[in-house]
Design a protein around this ligand. Structure first.
Ligand code: 13P
Length: 245
């Protein structure tokens, strides 16, 4: 049976006390959330508190990490600084706001692949690139940093069109299917069947309870990377109810 993963990218929406109160609400609704395939991505500074307060078994991840794992890197966070399940890399907010290039993202991806955590590599085209019919070549370029083999690691590719993030402008299912098919073909040309088995495809960009059921009919989607709607407990709960994870 298809098992959908829900990844909650809290970005910088929740401070420590808001993160803890979110977790208390999850704990109070054990029957709905327990043992679901949910990964929470709090701010780095809130990961410890989230782990300490969580009474149910959910995965925890980092929203980003340094390419280095230890040393004189003021203000940065090592993937090894705390035990986590997963780490996002290459999010468009990192690419655009923090000017992270494909080369930086490649170094970070390799660092995550060498750690105990599994990477979620975000890729996606801007509106301008879409309008110039460059979406597929942009995705191909962003995927060009993938390693030759995965050595048994789990990898997730999150397709997040930049123009869909935070805009309420969700692509049609046909469009998502076309992009995910292109990503899948690229992956098939790179990896063995064993590695392909360890790769998931997510969609992200303005996902909420009003569109999740429609999006679920895109069969290539294995999960969702949700931003603002995942940082609001009631909205998040509604999504979980509708997915029936
Ligand atoms: P929104 O769900 O707020 O559009 O953000 C999507 C995203 O960037 C998840 O990583």
């Amino acid at each position: 049976m298809r098992k959908i993963t829900l990844a909650a990218n809290w970005k910088m929406y929740l401070d420590e006390s808001n993160s803890i109160s979110f977790i208390h609400k999850l704990n109070a609704d054990k029957d709905l959330f327990s043992d679901k395939d949910i990964i929470l991505f709090p701010s780095h500074a809130c990961i410890r508190a989230v782990k300490d307060h969580l009474d149910i078994s959910l995965k925890i991840g980092m929203q980003d990490c340094d390419m280095h794992t230890q040393g004189a890197y003021t203000g940065s966070t090592s993937i090894n600084s705390i035990d986590i399940d997963s780490c996002i890399v290459g999010h468009s907010e990192r690419r655009i706001v923090y000017k992270e290039t494909n080369s930086i993202i490649s170094d970070k991806l390799n660092t995550i692949l060498s750690s105990n955590a599994n990477p979620i590599l975000c890729i996606g085209e801007t509106l301008k690139e879409k309008n110039e019919n460059l979406a597929i070549s942009v995705l191909d370029k962003q995927l060009s940093i993938l390693p030759q083999d995965l050595d048994g690691k789990q990898l997730t590719i999150a397709y997040e069109p930049v123009w869909a993030i935070g805009s309420g402008d969700v692509p049609s299912n046909e469009y998502i299917n076309e992009m995910l098919s292109s990503i899948k073909n690229r992956l098939k040309s790179l990896y063995s069947d064993t590695d392909l088995h360890n790769i998931k495809l997510f969609y992200g960009g303005s996902v909420d309870a009003s569109n999740i059921e429609e999006l679920l009919s895109v069969k290539l989607i294995d999960g969702f990377l949700v931003g603002s709607a995942s940082a609001n407990f009631e909205k998040f709960k509604e999504i979980v109810r509708k997915i029936k994870l």
